[in-house]
Unconditional design. Structure first.
Length: 133
């Protein structure tokens, strides 16, 4: 039986993966193909992983974390890049997190390890940092 996750939790997981990709490729742009559903998708509200990723990217672009040069073409986002707000948030080293590594570096590591709990800590901190600390 699938274990569904909530839409807010899925947003954090997908935002972490997308922002980590943007951080690793900065200053270059990157493409993003939607991932298949997993045992956690559809979410508890019935949304597929593709829907969550699409809306997460739209939110990140609309709110200035990413920019979009190429749009959504052929089932893939083309020309996504880390915008100024996203870079500032991911380069920050907030007091809320112990240590000296920036949020972006921690996010890349958390995504690579699949550390959902750390991701759920980092995404709200990154958003708060981008909103002015």
């Amino acid at each position: 039986m699938p274990k569904n996750i909530s839409n807010p939790d899925s947003f954090q997981i997908e935002a972490a993966a997308i922002l980590a990709a943007a951080y690793e490729t900065f200053p270059m742009t990157f493409a993003w193909s939607h991932d298949e559903d997993t045992e956690e998708y559809p979410t508890s509200k019935g949304n597929s992983r593709e829907e969550i990723q699409f809306q997460t990217i739209r939110w990140l672009v609309t709110n200035g974390y990413l920019y979009d040069e190429g749009g959504f073409v052929g089932g893939q986002w083309q020309g996504l890049g880390l915008a100024e707000r996203g870079l500032a948030a991911l380069n920050s080293v907030p007091d809320a997190l112990s240590g000296q590594e920036p949020v972006g570096k921690r996010l890349v590591s958390a995504v690579a390890k699949g550390s959902v709990e750390l991701i759920k800590q980092l995404i709200p901190v990154a958003i708060q940092q981008a909103m002015g600390g």
